[in-house]
Structure formats: C-alpha cells, structure tokens
Ligand binder design. Structure first.
Ligand code: HEC
Length: 143
C-alpha cells in the first residue's frame, strides 16, 4: 500500500507537475511571445479586421461607413523607436484611456476591455495583451 502511494506520488509529479513546471518556465523565457501573437492574430480576425482590415492597414469592410478612418496598425512603431506597447494596450482596452477612440466606444461598438471582460472574464487582460503582441509582430518598422 505504502509503495503504491509513493508510486502514485511519483507518477503525479512526473505526469502532471513536471510538465506544468516546464510549461510555465517556458512561457517566462524571453522570446516566447509566439503563443500571444497567435492568439492575438485569431482575436484580431474575429474582432478587429472588419474595420482595420485583415492586413491591419485600415481598409476593413466597414471602414468606409465610419466617421474616423481606422488606423493603419502596422505603422504604429516609428523607425528606430521601440514599439509603444503601453499606448497600444490602453488604446485597445479603452476603459483606461483618457483619449477615447470614438469608433471603439460608441453605443454600437463597446470598448474592447469591456467586451473581453464580458466574454473572457479573467482572460480580459490576456486578450488585450495578445492583441498588442500581435500588432507588435506586424510593425513595418520592426522588420
Ligand atoms: C468599428 C470599427 C473598429 C473596430 C471593430 C476596431 N477598431 Fe481600432 N480603431 C478604429 C478607428 C476608427 C481608429 C482610429 C480613430 C482614433 O484613433 O481615434 C482606431 C484606432 C485603433 C488603435 C490606435 C492606433 C494608434 O495609432 O494609436 C488601435 C491600437 C486599435 N484601433 C486597435 C484595435 C483592435 C486591437 C481592435 C480589435 C479588438 C480594433 N481596433 C477594432 C476603428 C475600429
């Protein structure tokens, strides 16, 4: 009985805890933005492409009917400068922004922070971060 318990503990460690540890370690390492970028790309196609376009350059299907032109999201980073991730996080979240992006926040278009809090719960900040990471990955100046 005792041996069984020990074996069970050893098995639990190897099968469950060790991979979890490795996974969490892997996501802390630098250069592991890939999962966020992929998640962000999916979210982008789902929530953002209608206005910003699938290529994020601003020519989405409903762009023409908007008062403001959707920003070209591939041009946010200026040459020789770092990607302004905080500014982009705030712009997407919408709830923290002083400069509200009108097209994101009118009655038909709730701010994304609120949308994601409703659909994703605790995932909200992850969604916003994933989108920012995706946008960072498509910067013209970053290539
Ligand atoms: C209803 C159309 C619409 C949708 C959908 C939309 N946007 Fe926008 N977005 C705009 C418009 C219009 C602007 C530019 C107006 C402004 O900056 O005030 C903008 C601006 C932005 C900016 C600021 C760019 C800059 O230069 O600072 C970011 C970042 C952004 N959008 C990201 C997103 C993301 C991410 C999504 C999906 C979650 C999204 N947008 C969905 C219309 C839209």
């Amino acid at each position: 009985m005792k041996i069984r318990k020990t074996m069970l503990a050893a098995f639990t460690f190897c099968a469950v805890l060790a991979p979890l540890y490795l996974l969490s370690g892997a996501s802390i390492q630098a250069g592991s933005d890939k999962p966020y970028v992929e998640k962000g790309h999916k979210l982008f196609k789902q929530y953002c492409a209608s206005c910003h376009g699938l290529d994020a350059k601003g020519g989405g299907a409903v762009a023409a009917s908007l008062k403001a032109t959707p920003a070209d999201l591939t041009m946010i980073q200026k040459k020789g400068e770092k990607f302004p991730i905080n500014q982009v996080l705030v712009a997407i979240d919408g709830e923290k922004t002083a400069r509200a992006i009108e097209a994101h926040g009118d009655s038909q278009m709730p701010v994304w922070g609120t949308v994601f809090r409703r659909t994703g719960g605790l995932q909200k900040d992850n969604y916003v971060y994933a989108l920012a990471k995706y946008i960072e990955s498509i910067q013209a100046a970053g290539k």
